[in-house]
Design a protein around this ligand. Structure first.
Ligand code: GSF
Length: 200
């Protein structure tokens, strides 16, 4: 399998952690790319018309995206029901938590593009504030949940969202008002899949 990837991408990190957890990492060859909405990558666009990473090319040549689909595909390849609970409340909790965490990451990535890619004269502070409202509200919601339990796709997605905020927005100091979430993330720091994929 081939994976269009970049080292700082939080969505690619979801796939990397999932592959390591499932024992599939060695079957994936990474194709490193650099892209943004104003700097699209032709190879990625050929396989994913949205021009986004992660995009996976399976061994039969089929392209899969986005991160949620790729992670569920890898889970199925490894026998199924390891990262994606099959049914019942555990499934809906994991999927809902993945949606919440990916929403945090989506909003944070948009802020990053706004600040790093958009010309200063075109920036819109209220729009950035609107993205931060989503991020902070979602972090508050996670602080109110118990994240203890299996390291499923919901937990993986939360770890990647928090890792991305630490990478790009250290000044946010999200831990100050969210001690439970902070302790949960700290408890994961030695987990091999998390440690091996930490962005630098
Ligand atoms: C989001 C992927 C994404 O925004 C997923 O895979 O879950 N819903 C998708 N990827 C970014 C890179 S990143 O910040 O992880 C991307 O490819 N951006 C390029 C663009 O044109 O938006």
């Amino acid at each position: 399998m081939k994976l269009y990837a970049s080292s700082a991408s939080p969505f690619v990190r979801k796939v990397r952690i999932s592959a390591l957890e499932l024992g599939l990492a060695e079957r994936i060859e990474e194709l490193a790319v650099s892209l943004s909405p104003v700097n699209p990558h032709a190879g990625v666009r050929e396989h994913n018309p949205l021009g986004k990473i992660p995009a996976l090319i399976t061994d039969t040549g089929e392209a899969l995206y986005d991160s949620a689909v790729i992670c569920e595909y890898l889970d199925a390849l490894a026998g199924g029901e390891r990262l994606y609970p099959a049914k019942g409340p555990a499934r809906w909790r994991a999927l809902r938590r993945q949606a919440l965490a990916d929403g945090i990451t989506d909003a944070a990535v948009l802020v990053r593009y706004e600040q790093a890619a958009r010309p200063a004269a075109l920036r819109w502070p209220e729009w950035i504030d609107g993205q931060w409202l989503k991020v902070r509200s979602a972090l508050d919601a996670l602080e109110g949940e118990s994240l203890e339990g299996p390291f499923d796709i919901g937990a993986i997605s939360v770890a990647c969202a928090l890792g991305y905020i630490d990478l790009r927005f250290g000044e946010e100091r999200w831990r100050e008002r969210r001690p439970r979430l902070a302790a949960w993330l700290a408890g994961l720091s030695d987990r091999p899949s998390v440690a091996a994929t930490r962005p630098s």
